[in-house]
Each structure stands twice: as C-alpha cells, then as structure tokens.
Design a binder for this molecule. Structure first.
Ligand code: PEP
Length: 251
C-alpha cells in the first residue's frame, strides 16, 4: 500500500445521549493509537463540545454537516467558521442521508465542500450509488458525477490534503449488506484513476479513499487489506464496542 495514513471515522448520526457518548469515548480513550491510524468521531452537533472536551489527544471530532455561508439568517444551520471556533477539525459532507432525505444536490454539496475548505475545515466527502443505479450499471457514472462536482470546486490543489473521500454505496448503508472487498476495491480504483487523470497523480496517490456501508468487526479485516481502501466510515457499529476492533485492523 502507498503510505497513506489509514483513517477511521465514526458517524453516530442522530443517535446517543450524554451518557452514551461518555461510554463510547471512555472506550476509545483506552486505545493505543501510536500514530498508525487517524480516528475521527462525529457525534450529533449538540454533543460536539462534550466530545471535544473528553477525547484524548489523537482523536478528532467531525461535524455531520455544515452550511456554505459564514453567518446570517439560516435558521438551524451551522457554519464552518463556527465549527472551527469550537475546535472542530472535520466535517462530513454529502452523506447519502443528506442527499436523499434533505434533497442535497451535487452542486449544493460541492459548494459546502468549497466553503469548508476555504475555512481549513477538513472534509470527509461522501459519494456512492443507489441500488438501482448499480443494477443499471451506472455505478461509475454516478460516483464520478458526484466526485466531479466536488473536484471542480477545489481550485487549489493543496486543499486536497484535507479531503478524505468516502465511497459509500447507498445500498450498503445501514442495511447490513456490505460491499464485497472486490466490489469496494473496484470503485476505489475508479475514483483514484479519475483523480490521477483529472486532478494530478500526486493527489491520486495521497488522497485517502475510505469505504462506508455496514462495516463491522467481522468484515473489516478483509476490506482493510484491499490496496485502495484506506480506512472506513462506520455508522451503526461506531456506537458499539465493535468500533475498537475495526480501528484495530490498522494498528
Ligand atoms: C454511514 O452512515 O456513513 C454508514 C456507513 O452507516 P452504516 O455503517 O451503519 O452502514
């Protein structure tokens, strides 16, 4: 594998409570990470401050969303500047639940990526096809369309250093139906090749492409062995003790 540092994100979605977060973080804080793997947890916004104050060094916090403006009359939204202000380093953008339930289109996601990067907020940019798109042989078309929208908004090549791409096939998210290691690897190669041809060879080699979709402690070791899988974005299992085992694939 190229010397990309493995990355494991935990997306808690709209789950948890103060007590549950404490339990999860107490467990994570026992991990000996030794700089082998970057670990980022993404609690609901309300709990970001609690998480930020209680995680040990080496574990970062991601918001689950951010808007594309600095401030103003946008009830319910949070800006990248505000996230930076409270010490948040990362944001997840373009998650399929945002795209589907909240109707976030490619261009809107891309504008949020651009604004976050302008603020030096690091971005976990999510892309992935739906089941009917895979069955219609449109996986590559969809994934590249989503990636292209994001890439065209990243004008400074240096900004790619703070971008992680999460390939998350929608049919695998929260369904218990994980992509096979071969299926995931195949799409990761397509993404990396596109980056090489359309951004640069350097960005293609250095950008972490992580897999998300029903990752658990049983399927993570085989997925982690794939040459172009640089880590995971974990939903459901990140709330449980399985998350530790998943991270340990890279230690
Ligand atoms: C996710 O929400 O990004 C995700 C991958 O969820 P799950 O692991 O539960 O499928």
């Amino acid at each position: 594998k190229h010397n990309r540092k493995p990355f494991v994100g935990g997306n808690f979605k709209m789950n948890g409570s103060r007590a549950m977060l404490k339990e999860i973080i107490d467990r994570l804080n026992t991990l000996e990470l030794k700089n082998h793997v970057e670990v980022v947890i993404s609690p609901p916004t309300l709990y970001i401050d609690q998480a930020h104050k209680s995680v040990r060094e080496g574990i970062s916090i991601a918001a689950q969303n951010a808007f594309n403006c600095t401030k103003g009359a946008y009830t319910g939204e949070i800006s990248p500047e505000q996230l930076k202000d409270v010490g948040v380093d990362w944001v997840i953008l373009g998650h399929s639940e945002r795209r589907e339930i909240f109707k976030e289109a490619d261009d809107f996601v891309a504008s949020k990526v651009a604004h976050a990067l302008k603020c030096d907020l690091k971005v976990i940019a999510c892309i992935g096809e739906k089941l009917e798109e895979r069955e219609a042989n449109k996986t590559e078309e969809v994934v590249i369309r989503q990636l292209q929208a994001i890439a065209k908004n990243i004008d400074d090549e240096k900004k790619w250093e703070i971008v992680v791409i999460a390939y998350e096939p929608v049919w695998a998210i929260g369904t218990g139906k994980v992509a096979t290691p071969e299926q995931a690897q195949e799409v990761h190669v397509i993404i990396r090749k596109w980056l090489a041809e359309n951004v640069s060879e350097k960005v293609a080699q250095e950008t972490r492409i992580i897999y998300g979709g029903s990752v658990n402690d049983a399927n993570s070791p085989e997925l982690a062995k794939q040459l172009d899988i640089d880590g995971f974005l974990v939903g459901g299992a990140s709330l449980t003790e399985k998350f530790i085992k998943i991270i340990e694939c890279f230690i």
